[in-house]
Write a protein that binds this ligand. Structure first.
Ligand code: FUB
Length: 611
């Protein structure tokens, strides 16, 4: 991220750098405006949240399984229309590149679990053991006698169907209720995570879970029952078959909430090394944290630190951490889809980084994920559009964030001034429409308020199945060729909710105005491509010389296009740009090719040398 901010700072300092736009109707002689198409960043977070028709399908509590060259992702389907969980089934997605995700369908219906009710498909995890797949999950026991219990279902395929065992593997009554003054009896035995590993020739199969307290037990080789460790003929907490574990060193007042995930790093051959990590949700609203230990069973875990603050849009968070093709991924949920919340969640993915001692670097929830492109948007004076700086509250009453202050400021790019420019919410097929999502408060968008001020808010209205909400128009802008022609490749944004009103920056304030000064409503956009580059086009201002002249190379302008069609303009001197002039002979008349190379792609521009 540090590198990304730096590049954006450099490019916005150039002020006129732009996400390349193409003019689709030129009519400069009249007063009519000219539409301009910006490249959109429609990939990145969230990564799931769709069904086989492409319609929105909310789902949270992600679990991930690496099986060969495929990652399978699992969610509990959120079907709630209110503020409570309604979760009828578990669903699966797959990917082989962490960029393209395939919907695999329902893997188990809660109604098909013999002991469970039909709408409590809470958190789960799938593990592979000896060619079978085991789905550990929690659900409500249907007689209401036991509350939430942990169950297991088995399949021959990672995409199901899974068949549930007839009884829970852990009953709510298997662990004593210790009331820490929060949480509640009936749902302390939720959120299973499993871990299988052979250490020094001995195979260990663990099942851990918990809300308010973290529990762990060993699984028998059948993977569907808990081991009677002391051989007294029964599985019980009292005899030590189930352990309650603590986390040492957690900051005062914070506590283990739920959502444990056991993890250990893998080397390039797939061998585990280093400490064990326990990722978990901490406090309310839930932050993501981790702890470590050398001994997963006799663990008093050492608190490691905070991984992520509460998300901008969901009260809970729940993660899966996996190694895949040499990288570590942090899979989590938020409520960043239209009408999203803690009860209508969606899965996001970001890369997780460790320092050389194995500590985990803090992760900022973001909208661009693994493949999206962030941009900065500067007015004609170089002041950047940014939202106020704030931490996501731990107070439920602050949500949804409906009106966050936005303005412009002359400062270097920070995450508060990074935005993802996406297709227009009011009509995603209209190429000249955009919606502008906050990079570090994903799910919050620039919006025009009734008093013509501009703020940032969550798209919290009920969405139709194709994703449109009543707020869609307020959050959509028509993009026009910049009214101030002195701003190279400038863009003017017209409100779609209030046609004829243009995004205007004056004295640090952002509003929409009718008939604004051209310079107040013309913006430059700078973006950085983070993905594979698929092509570059090289342009040069001076291309014709006389024999004996010196060849200039400080006037290159290169359009870089990535695999998703995102475009970035770079200039001579850009980091990583190699210029090869060896084919140009300035001593002899002729036409030559100057070559440029950037991120594995090359392009040429013709140079003419005249007598
Ligand atoms: O989805 C229901 C519950 O919300 C999960 O079991 C918890 O981890 C929380 O995300």
């Amino acid at each position: 991220m540090r590198r990304k901010l730096l590049v954006l700072m450099l490019s916005s300092a150039m002020a006129v750098t732009s996400l390349a736009g193409s003019v689709i109707a030129a009519d400069k002689s009249s007063d009519t405006v000219t539409e301009k198409v910006l490249n959109k960043s429609n990939t990145g977070n969230p990564v799931l949240g769709f069904d086989d028709t492409g319609d929105i399908l909310y789902g949270g509590d992600p679990a991930a399984l690496v099986d060969g060259d495929t990652v399978y992702l699992y969610v509990g389907h959120d079907a709630s229309s209110g503020d409570g969980y309604v979760m009828p089934d578990w669903r699966c997605y797959s990917t082989t590149d962490m960029k393209n995700f395939k919907y695999e369908g329902v893997i188990l219906e809660c109604a098909d679990v013999p002991w469970a009710d039909s709408t409590s498909a809470w958190a789960s995890q799938v593990v592979k053991y000896k060619d079978k797949y085991y789905l550990y999950f929690c659900a409500e026991e249907k007689t209401s006698k036991y509350g939430k219990c942990v169950g297991v279902a088995v399949s021959d395929s990672p995409t199901g169907p899974f068949k549930a065992e007839s009884k829970p593997i852990v009953y709510d009554s298997d662990t004593p209720f210790v009331n820490p003054g929060r949480g509640g009896a009936g749902w302390e035995d939720i959120d299973p995570t499993a871990w299988v590993e052979t250490v020094d020739g001995e195979e260990h199969r663990y099942l851990a879970w918990g809300n308010t307290n973290h529990y762990i037990a060993e699984l028998n080789e059948d993977m569907v029952s808990i081991k009677d460790r002391n051989g007294d003929g029964k599985v019980s907490f009292a005899s030590g078959d189930i352990e309650r574990q603590t986390i040492k060193g957690m900051p005062n007042g914070w506590y283990f909430a739920e959502a444990p995930w056991l993890y250990r790093r893998q080397d390039k051959n797939g061998n585990y090394y280093g400490k064990y990590y326990l990722f978990y949700a901490m406090y309310w609203r839930e932050q993501m944290a981790y702890a470590t230990t050398d001994d997963i069973w006799n663990a008093e875990w050492d608190y490691g630190g905070l991984v992520m603050e509460p998300t901008a849009t969901s009260n809970t968070n729940h993660m899966a951490v996996i190694d895949f093709k040499g990288k570590t991924y942090f899979v989590y949920h938020n409520g960043s889809l239209p009408w999203g919340s803690g009860f209508r969640r969606v899965v996001c993915i970001q890369e997780l980084h460790f320092d050389e001692d194995g500590n985990i670097e803090y992760l900022q929830e973001n909208s661009t994920g693994l493949t999206g492109t962030a941009s900065s948007i500067a007015d004609s004076n170089g002041a950047l559009i940014k939202h106020e700086t704030y931490k996501n509250s731990t107070d439920d009453s602050a949500y949804p964030y409906k009106k966050v202050t936005v303005g412009t400021a002359k400062s270097s790019v920070t995450e508060d001034s990074m935005w993802e420019i996406e297709s227009g919410k009011a009509d995603t097929d209209n190429n000249a429409y955009v919606s502008i999502e906050s990079y570090n408060k994903p799910g919050l968008w620039l919006q025009v308020d009734e008093d013509m001020s501009v703020s940032m808010g969550q798209d919290y209205q009920k969405a139709s199945s194709d994703g449109y909400t009543v707020d869609s128009k307020r959050m959509t802008f028509r993009t026009l060729k910049g009214f101030d022609s002195s701003v190279a490749n400038g863009t003017t944004f017209e409100s779609v909710a209030y046609p004829g009103y243009y995004l205007t920056s004056k004295n640090g304030e952002l509003t929409v105005e009718k008939n604004p000064q051209a310079s107040d409503c013309t913006f430059s956009i700078a973006s950085e491509i983070a993905n594979e580059v698929s092509s570059i086009t090289v342009r040069k201002t001076d291309r014709t010389y006389n024999v004996g002249d010196s060849l200039k190379t400080d006037d290159l302008r290169i359009t870089v296009v990535d695999e998703y069609g995102n475009t970035e303009i770079i200039y001579s001197g850009a980091e990583g740009l190699k210029v090869d002039t060896s084919a140009v002979n300035m001593k002899k008349a002729g036409t030559y090719e100057l070559k440029a190379e950037y991120k594995g792609q090359s392009g040429t521009v013709q140079i003419r040398v005249l007598n």
